[in-house]
Design a protein around this ligand. Structure first.
Ligand SMILES: [Zn+2]
Length: 462
């Protein structure tokens, strides 16, 4: 029996690990590698295992850096089952088809200049049809349902509190009369994330594979963050402009809508029209509101009181381009939540173009902004931004709100690992080098656990 570590051992994307026992091979996650061009190119390389030798794929959650190469795996010959928590399966239906659509668009764009330069054309990494083939093999499971997926191998999903349907995975491996238990954390959420339950307590494992995205950082206090959002809304109301909120379609958008509903009176939101202007976020929100049995206590109470989610009287969904363009006419009193979260594309860019040079407008940044993105330029105080080839002066007020991360911080991660009573060996993955090292040191020094940082391709006997 052994584990092999592949993706997300150097960096935070492309999550993928292998478990082998009793003649079976299980793949934990199969994420897309994201980042700079040369990183993205790595997705085209052969997998470090043969797709057709796999017996099962077990997915922790829907995010593309954990699920995004599954259509490629199927395209390259994998025909077996893909296990996912039920809500994750529904979110994957949206995410993987969208990812495939973007792959097709990218290839079309690239092939335009390749045709001009008489260079060989490229194929998309995978197509919408490949994504659909993969989705047909997805088998949904409930939380806490123990299931024998292969002879001698059982799995059980536990809530990871990161996005809807996110899981930590317990895996029991049996071979020649001996048993080993491996727990894979998936991505863990913060302990007081709205809507979702806290990460579940798991007490036993021989080996734990744990993420460390924020393994060396602490988040700002959540209440301070919520207070700040209230203040920004009040300031924007005073300036009589629009308020733009670029947000990731899955997780962050629903969290924002929840807060707006919860603080509706306190933040005097009846003065505003709230627009959710992203087809993908609208679809993802429907999945969120369709799974009330996965909510935490507060969201369950709120839902039973209002019988609809989110509880936001003046929310308008604008799925069509016409409805979206109609928002352009509004110069004051609109809260516009739209994607992409880093302003790298999508409808939010059009709203930015219309509002960025208005001194009464406000832009609230609520998520991580990578280097080189428009969102990052705004956060860094750029005096002008270039949109669709034209320079615009930044006169709108830009606010950066920290503290809404979907990821556990270092103390949250410690709290999750501290629940194990079985003195497991811990393998720290899914973080930048420093984050992994510092988190490993804390595990050794504070919890006296045997902890290590595996290198890509490392293999470990269980
Ligand atoms: Zn994630």
């Amino acid at each position: 029996m052994h584990i092999e570590f592949y993706g997300a051992t150097s960096g935070v994307t492309g999550s993928c690990h292998i478990l082998r026992a009793n003649g079976e091979t299980i793949l934990l996650d199969c994420g897309l590698i994201q980042g700079r061009r040369e990183e993205i190119e790595k997705n085209r390389r052969p997998f470090p295992f043969a797709p057709d030798e796999l017996s099962a794929v077990v997915l922790s959650h829907g995010h593309i850096d954990h699920s995004g190469r599954i259509p490629l795996l199927v395209k390259r010959g994998y025909q077996g089952p893909i296990y996912a928590q039920n809500a994750t399966a529904d979110l994957c239906d949206i995410l993987l088809q969208d990812s495939a659509y973007l792959q097709e668009k990218d290839a079309q764009y690239e092939n335009k200049w390749r045709t001009r330069k008489k260079k060989p054309l490229i194929e998309p990494l995978y197509t919408v049809d490949d994504a659909r083939d993969a989705l047909a093999n997805v088998i949904g499971l409930r939380y806490r349902e123990k299931k024998e997926i292969l002879p001698g191998i059982q799995i059980r999903y536990q809530d990871a509190g990161h996005i809807l349907g996110s899981c930590s995975v317990e895996v029991w491996l049996n071979e020649n009369g001996s048993e080993r238990k491996v727990v894979f954390s998936g991505d863990l959420g913060q302990y007081d994330t709205p809507i979702l339950n806290d990460p579940a307590v798991i007490e036993s494992a021989d080996h734990v594979i744990v993420e460390s995205t924020y393994g060396n950082r602490l988040h700002r206090d959540r209440q301070a963050t919520i207070d700040e959002i209230g203040e920004i809304i009040s300031e924007a109301a005073h300036n009589k402009g629009n308020l733009l909120i670029p947000a990731f379609s899955i997780g962050r958008t629903q969290e924002l809508l929840y807060y707006l509903g919860k603080h509706y009176d306190e933040w005097e939101l009846d003065r505003w029209h709230v627009f959710l202007d992203s087809p993908m976020a609208i679809r993802a929100s429907k999945v969120y509101w369709d799974y009330p049995h996965l909510y935490d206590e507060e969201a369950t109470k709120l839902r039973s009181r209002v019988n609809e989610m989110p509880h936001l009287k003046n929310l308008r969904l604008t799925p069509t381009p016409q409805e979206s363009m109609a928002i352009n006419q509004i110069k004051s009193g609109a809260i516009i939540i739209s994607a992409s979260g880093m302003l790298t594309g999508g409808r939010i860019v059009h709203h930015l173009k219309n509002n960025v040079s208005r001194s009464g407008a406000h832009i609230m940044i609520v998520g991580y902004q990578a280097n080189g993105t428009m969102g990052r330029a705004l956060v860094d105080g750029a005096p002008t931004v270039k949109i669709h080839g034209k320079e615009y002066k930044v006169k709108a007020h830009v606010h950066t709100v920290g503290g809404l991360s979907a990821h556990a911080d270092a103390d949250d991660l410690m709290r999750w690992v501290r629940n194990f009573k079985s003195n497991p060996q811990v393998h720290v993955v899914h973080g930048e080098t420093e984050a992994k090292r510092e988190f490993r040191d804390r595990l050794e020094n504070e919890l006296h656990l045997q902890a290590r940082v595996p290198q890509p391709g490392d293999m470990l006997e269980l």
